[in-house]
Design a protein around this ligand. Structure first.
Ligand SMILES: C[S@@+](CC[C@H](N)C(=O)[O-])C[C@H]1O[C@@H](n2cnc3c(N)ncnc32)[C@H](O)[C@@H]1O
Length: 274
C-alpha cells in the first residue's frame, strides 16, 4: 500500500477505535518501557544534538508549549493524552489547568495516578473520551493541542470541528502529527491513517480553523545514528512483547524503518479560532 490513501477503514474485526483502544490498553506499558513516558517522536535541534529519546521527546513537547504560549489561568485541552507526560510538562511550564482525554481507559487511569503522585491533580486531570464526541460544553477551553493523536482518527475533519466547538473564540490549537509521503510503505495500517502534507493543511482549514503556521519538521524527528541503535536494542530486548502486538512482519518493518527512516513526514501546525 502506498501512502496518501486513508488506509484504516473499519472491518469485520472491529472499528479503528476498537483497535486503537486494544492497542493502547494492552501495550502502553511495553511502549513506555522501550520509549519512555512520552508516547510521541523525538525532536533533535540539529546535527550536534545527540539527546537520548527521553530528552528528545520532551524537546518536542517544548516546541508545542512554545506555540501554545498559554496565559496563566487558562484551561487547555490535551486531545489524546497518553499517560499524561506532555500535560505535566505543560503544567510545569505555565500556570494553567490541563484536561486530557484518551480513548484508552488504561491510560486515563495511569495518567490520573501520575497526576496525584506529582501533586498536580488539582490542575491536571484526565478523562476517558473519544475526541470525536468530547464531553465538554461549547467554548469551555482557551487552547488545545492534539499531540500525535489525530494519526489514529480516520475522520480528522470531524474531530477538528469537535475541538473547535469546545474552544473559545481566539483560542490556539497546536497540532503535531505524522503525514504520509508519496510511495512509502505505511506501518500499523490498522490503527493509523494520515494524509499527505498539503492535504492535511486543507483538512484543518475545512474544519474552520485559520492556519497560522504549518511546518515540516521531519528532519528534526530523525534520531541520530547512535540513538537509533539504542532504540533498536530496546525493541530487540522486548521483541516477544512487541511481536505480540505487531506480528513478526510488522516488527521487521519497524526495525528496518528505524535503521533507514523513510516513511513518515512530521508536521507542526498552529491554528486559531476566529
Ligand atoms: C501516539 S499516542 C500520543 C499520546 C500523547 N499525546 C503523548 O504525546 O504522549 C496517541 C494518543 O491518542 C489517543 N487516541 C487515539 N484515538 C483517540 C480518540 N478517538 N479519542 C481520544 N484519544 C484518542 C490514544 O489513546 C493515545 O493516548
Amino acid at each position: 500500500m502506498t501512502s496518501g490513501a486513508q488506509t484504516n477503514d473499519d472491518t469485520a474485526e472491529g472499528t479503528t477505535e476498537d483497535k486503537v483502544v486494544d492497542f493502547y490498553d494492552n501495550f502502553t506499558e511495553v511502549f513506555r518501557e522501550i520509549w519512555g513516558d512520552n508516547l510521541h517522536v523525538g525532536y533533535w535541534h540539529d546535527a550536534d544534538d545527540q539527546a537520548p529519546v527521553e530528552k528528545a521527546t520532551d524537546q518536542l513537547t517544548d516546541q508545542l508549549i512554545e506555540r501554545l504560549a498559554p496565559q496563566p489561568g487558562r484551561r487547555i485541552l490535551d486531545v489524546g493524552c497518553g499517560i499524561g507526560q506532555p500535560a505535566f510538562r505543560l503544567a510545569g511550564a505555565a500556570d494553567v489547568e490541563v484536561v486530557g482525554v484518551s480513548i484508552s481507559k488504561y491510560q486515563v487511569g495511569r495518567a490520573n495516578e501520575r497526576a496525584a503522585e506529582l501533586s498536580l491533580a488539582g490542575r491536571v486531570s484526565f478523562e476517558y473520551a473519544d475526541a470525536a464526541e468530547l464531553p465538554f460544553p461549547d467554548a469551555s477551553f482557551d487552547g488545545a493541542w492534539a499531540f500525535e493523536s489525530l494519526i489514529h482518527m480516520p475522520d480528522k475533519e470531524k474531530v477538528l470541528r469537535e475541538i473547535k466547538r469546545v474552544l473559545r473564540p481566539g483560542s490556539v490549537l497546536v497540532l503535531a502529527d505524522m503525514f504520509s509521503q508519496p510511495d512509502t510503505e505505511l506501518t500499523f495500517q490498522d490503527i493509523i491513517s494520515s494524509p499527505e502534507m498539503g492535504d492535511y493543511r486543507a483538512v484543518i482549514e475545512k474544519a474552520g480553523f485559520t492556519v497560522r503556521e504549518f511546518t515540516d519538521i521531519t528532519a528534526n524527528t530523525l534520531a541520530p545514528q547512535a540513538v537509533r541503535e539504542t532504540i533498536i536494542a530496546g525493541l530487540l530486548a522486548r521483541k516477544d512483547d512487541v511481536i505480540a502486538m505487531t506480528g513478526p512482519e510488522e516488527f521487521a518493518r519497524m526495525v528496518d524503518g528505524i535503521r533507514v527512516p523513510n516513511s513518515y513526514g512530521y508536521l507542526l501546525a498552529t491554528a486559531t479560532t476566529d
